[in-house]
Design a protein around this ligand. Sequence first.
Ligand SMILES: Cc1cc2nc3c(=O)[nH]c(=O)nc-3n(C[C@H](O)[C@H](O)[C@H](O)COP(=O)(O)O)c2cc1C
Length: 219
Amino acid sequence: MKNEDSMVRLESPPELSMPIGEAMFSQRAIRRLDKDRPIDDARIKILLDAASKAPNGGNAQPGRFLVVRDRDLIRRFGALYHEAWWAKRRDEYGWTDKKDIPVGSVYTMPALLADEMVNAPVVVLAFSIGNAAMAHSIFPAVQNLLLAGRALGIGSVLTTLHPQVMERVYALFDIPSEIEFYCCIPLGWPRGNFGPTRRLPTARTTYWNRWNESPPWAG
Ligand SMILES: Cc1cc2nc3c(=O)[nH]c(=O)nc-3n(C[C@H](O)[C@H](O)[C@H](O)COP(=O)(O)O)c2cc1C
């Protein structure tokens, strides 16, 4: 960032007192959000402050976040999200309807979110400005935001859109065309529980010194 004077130091907010391990190991995709319980601005600011602290290329800080809490805008965005979600399933699997989704599929809950996005109390859209080489800086920031949400008890899930709706999304929020969209994150108080999550063992996903060589804990 060119204007060093405009940068701020922030102390860790006392609200973020959950141990980092607990936050990381219980953070999960929360798609069922309480539509009737709002999240106050002070908590949203904590999430954005946490995002701002993430590593980023050259400290250029290209990430930009659009926080949407206007009900009418969320309702219109939710309709576009629903269209995008189904466009993606159509492209990937030829699905056009819930009855096309196999029983027990990992897409069952995401399909529910496609219906419920209209009711999310808050939606955050994440963008990057400028240099494409720096653009992936947005993901550490998004992860900080998700973890801070977990620490505050706020549910979230990282989601994406589809080219079919992008022009309309940009028009809905007056987003300049040169700004690059990355992901959208509905936020709300959970109607479910955080963690535990299930993941592949790191003995399988980690190599040691050379590709395909097991780490010491592989046994
Ligand atoms: C790049 C990316 C894209 C994702 N897209 C969607 C999505 O479109 N819809 C959705 O419901 N979840 C989406 N997710 C959330 C994942 O489904 C979720 O993180 C994963 O299933 C693990 O869930 P868990 O942490 O609850 O175990 C996405 C996550 C990532 C990182």
